[in-house]
Design a protein around this ligand. Structure first.
Ligand code: SF4
Length: 473
């Protein structure tokens, strides 16, 4: 099975993570991409347009039996959280969502007509924005739009991002009835002072109500999202949030780093920079959190992600078959991903494609019967081999030189001579090993895996521009 990760890792390898000392973290911490794709989205080009996308959807027709993943972006939110860097529209005007769904249906129609055969959806993810901004009827409408044009796999992974403030128990039960079986719940922090400073006031009780309803209605996996680095956070205060998170006991936990980039993300201008924790405090919050989650039985899956030992993600990693996509880590083999809605990103054959970002552009394009593509990229053979290496590092923490050489017809050591030389400081610091057969991230290097992946990123190597990324830690 050829997957985005290129090669499977060694099954049964120890999966522990060791925390490097603070000096090592500070030495190698730097702005870097999150590698949900390679090349990363900032490398997409506008010469990749609707016609190019149509071409690749058509090429897919030959393999119409292959299943697909679908991502749908619902951009609306009731209020804006000040830390947010997503593409969203804060509005109380529900009519906007009804209009949006009409255009979403047009886009689904256009894509389905290009694919021709009836593809089967193995994985569905509703993200945003706030998908639960939609009413129960509208969520049903989305499901029906898909069902009319595609088959929904019986044992598919159907996930949705939940804002408990708009998803009480009865909505969660409706979602289960619509076939959703995984959910990701936005929490960030339960501390009321932090919540107030980021304009997201959400009680422990309503969060627990959503999670309990999910469990009672048969959801297979529940993820809670947390963020460290928010205003007024400290290790002591965040520890109380972790107490409550462990009380809820989700299957997965994502712990993201808040990157304060107010020049890029307007809502962040409402966060007082002086209220942000210092870098040393942030590091303490993160280190303490990793220790706490480890001793509570959560495995460190990879960048920002933790899962219970018996969760599918942890199992997939143990068996060397974890994958990475725009939603983070996944257990499913890498299928073509079709993105619907504003700013949605897809991946079809050797390409990535992204939709336009604004509602006006989206509606205008669909009114004209044109796929609302803003940009994309067609990967060349060098991109493909580097993607395989980077995804293997991100998902399995190791790369088999032989497997990459065989799949891409290269001599690994020769092809990556420069990169292997550049790994030397990381090797000296005990973060990575470079043997005859493997490049392996050590337990101590896992936290800095992004920096190791960056060594294999050709675009960073040849582009000295300021990097528009957040820091690794
Ligand atoms: S964090 Fe989520 S709910 Fe808050 S503004 Fe961003 S997309 Fe909306």
């Amino acid at each position: 099975m050829k997957a985005d990760t290129g090669v499977a890792g060694r099954s049964g390898r120890p999966r522990s993570v060791d925390l490097p000392d603070r000096a090592t973290i500070s030495r190698f911490d730097q702005p870097g991409p999150r590698y949900t794709s390679y090349p990363t989205a900032d490398r997409f080009v506008e010469s990749f347009d609707a016609d190019t996308y149509r071409h690749w959807l058509g090429v897919r027709t030959a393999g119409a039996q292959r299943p697909i993943s679908v991502y749908i972006h619902i951009p609306f939110c009731d209020t804006v959280c000040y830390y947010c860097a997503c593409n969203k529209i804060a509005t109380k005007d529900r009519a906007k969502a009804a209009e949006y769904l009409q255009f979403l249906e047009r886009e689904i129609d256009l894509v389905a007509s290009e694919i021709k055969g009836r593809a089967r959806i193995e994985q569905l993810h509703l993200g945003g924005g706030t998908p639960t901004y939609l009413s129960n009827e509208q969520l049903g409408q989305v499901r029906d739009m898909l069902r009319a044009r595609f088959d929904l796999a019986d044992r598919g992974e159907f996930s949705i991002e939940i804002d408990p403030r708009s998803a009480p128990g009865d909505k969660i039960r409706t979602l289960a009835g619509l076939g959703f079986n995984r959910m990701s719940v936005g929490v960030q922090d339960f501390d009321p002072v932090v919540q107030q400073a980021v304009n997201r006031e959400q009680s422990f009780e309503i969060t627990k109500e959503s999670v309990d309803a999910a469990r009672a209605s048969g959801f297979k996996s529940v993820n809670l999202d947390l963020i460290y680095g928010l205003p007024h956070q400290s290790s002591a205060r965040f520890s109380k949030t972790l107490d409550r998170i462990l009380e809820v006991g989700p299957d997965r936990i994502a712990l993201y780093h808040y990157a304060h980039l107010p020049t890029r993300f307007k809502p962040q201008r409402r966060i007082a920079a002086e209220a942000l924790p210092s870098s040393q405090e942030k590091l303490t919050i993160m280190i303490d959190a990793i220790r706490r989650l480890g001793s509570a039985g959560y495995e460190y899956i990879g960048m920002d992600h933790f899962a219970r030992t018996d969760d599918d993600l942890a199992r997939a990693q143990r068996h060397g078959c974890l994958h990475r996509n725009f939603q983070g880590y996944s257990t499913r083999p890498d299928c073509d991903l079709i993105g619907f809605g504003v700013s949605a990103i897809g991946k079809v054959g050797p390409t990535y494609v992204q939709n336009v970002r604004t509602l006006d552009e989206y509606y205008e394009s669909l009114r004209a019967g044109v796929l609302p593509v803003q940009r994309g990229i067609q990967l060349d053979s060098d991109d493909l081999v580097r993607r395989a290496v980077i995804m293997a590092l991100m998902c399995q923490f190791e790369v088999s030189k032989e497997a990459i050489a065989a799949a891409h017809l290269i001599d690994f050591n020769e092809y990556f001579a420069e990169e292997l030389r550049d790994l030397a400081p990381y090797q000296d610091a005990g973060l990575v090993e470079n043997t005859k057969e493997w490049v392996s991230v050590t337990p101590k290097g896992k936290l800095l895996v992004r920096a190791l992946a960056m060594v294999f990123d050709k675009y960073l190597r040849h582009d000295q521009r300021a990097r528009p990324y957040s820091k690794i830690v």
